[in-house]
Write a new protein. Sequence first.
Length: 209
Amino acid sequence: MTPDLWPLIHAERAALASDLGTLTDEQWQVRSLCAAWTVEDTVAHLVAGASTGPLRWFRSVLAARGNVERHNARRLAEHRAPTSAGTLERFRAVIGSRTCPPGPVEMWLGEIVVHGADVRRPLGLVRDAPVTTLTPLATFFARQNSTVRSRTVSTGLRLAASDGPFTAGPDDGPRVSGPTLALVMAMAGRAVFCDDLTGPGVEVLRSRC
């Protein structure tokens, strides 16, 4: 039986909201690891995802003529408040939401884990997410591409978490070891997290990010 991942998503949202509550106005405008987005933009994107069900998502994509970047930009602008404090309040309001666009729930766990790290890393913040939260996400990322090319990025490599049970890839593949979060973020294409990994496959992984 597939475990209910929504409580994990809600916990990660709550943890991020707590971290965001400590930020200055200047920190809200720092570039996240999503180069086109500031910290505030990234949070507004998370609000949009937790506020947009399948029907509304399809309508928005159709209105953008299939251009996902245009669709994301419109939804981001809709859910970003006039002030960073307002954007934070909007994010807090969706912490417990189960609304989401179409797709497996692992995608939405990935949204909050990956974008949470996108926000924290440039700000020097650290989130020690439970390995029980990260392991199903790492397994999902290794098995298929979704909103990120995670399976493509990790193909042929032997991934092994140093802090949990996650492993993936052929036994004889170039090994990549390290914290589960770093493996998740590298599979999501964030090359900076390769600095937290070791093994002969790290540079191959970095070149694919």
